[in-house]
Design a protein around this ligand. Structure first.
Ligand SMILES: Cc1cc2nc3c(=O)[nH]c(=O)nc-3n(C[C@H](O)[C@H](O)[C@H](O)COP(=O)(O)O)c2cc1C
Length: 195
């Protein structure tokens, strides 16, 4: 059966993070998956307004493309690739806002005990993380990963593998690092085979 991977790009640019994601998507597609990509900072959506609607119902009160089109696509995906730069030691604002809007998955799963993700899909969903930071310090990805790990629990798609690239301010152009690009490609292949 055809497997669908949702790829979330957290960078506003088509830069190094997008390049890394492109490699992983190519690998996943070569391995037979269909990839639906969302360039998150370019989407039009509102932040979570804490209306509390999703405490009672399996959807969000805010009528935008996130509620109408994207959240159902997330619920039905076989796997995820989250590709994002570090910003201010964490998840960039647009992607964090997107993640917060997925609170609809949280209430369904943990409070109402009626997950939006089917029992069948929950057995096999997995996520590949790709992340880039400008600096080269030991805890570069800690803040970002705390949010991303929690998100992956909430959407029932645990982290399977990751590629972390630090010191991007020195590397500048990821095209100079074919080893890293190949790693992202190969992890895309692995993800498609594993889901
Ligand atoms: C607003 C902003 C905040 C950033 N904050 C951090 C940071 O806290 N730590 C870090 O290592 N790099 C930080 N960076 C650097 C980016 O992670 C780095 O430039 C990355 O390569 C950007 O990837 P992109 O060009 O694909 O978007 C920041 C960049 C921006 C634009």
């Amino acid at each position: 059966m055809q497997k669908t991977i949702v790829a979330l790009l957290g960078s506003p640019l088509l830069g190094n993070t997008a390049l890394l994601l492109h490699q992983a998507i190519s690998g996943a597609e070569e391995a037979g998956a269909t990839v639906v990509q969302y360039h998150v900072p370019l989407l039009k959506f509102s932040p979570c307004m804490e209306f509390g609607f999703c405490k009672k119902y399996p959807t969000c009160q805010i009528e935008d493309e996130l509620t109408q089109r994207i959240i159902p696509t997330l619920a039905n995906a076989n796997g995820f690739i989250i590709a994002t730069p570090v910003m201010t030691m964490g998840v960039p604002g647009a992607l964090k806002t997107f993640i917060d809007r997925c609170q609809v998955f949280y209430y369904a799963k943990y409070i109402r005990k009626d997950p939006l993700v089917s029992a069948e899909l929950r057995k096999t969903r997995k996520t590949l993380i790709l992340s880039i930071s400008g600096m080269n310090v030991p805890d570069n990805f800690d803040g970002l990963m705390q949010t991303v790990r929690t998100y992956c629990h909430i959407i029932d798609s645990p982290i399977m593998s990751s590629v972390f690239v630090k010191d991007m301010d020195t590397i500048v152009d990821l095209n100079t690092r074919p080893d890293i690009l190949k790693e992202a490609h190969d992890k895309g292949v692995e993800l498609a085979h594993a889901i």
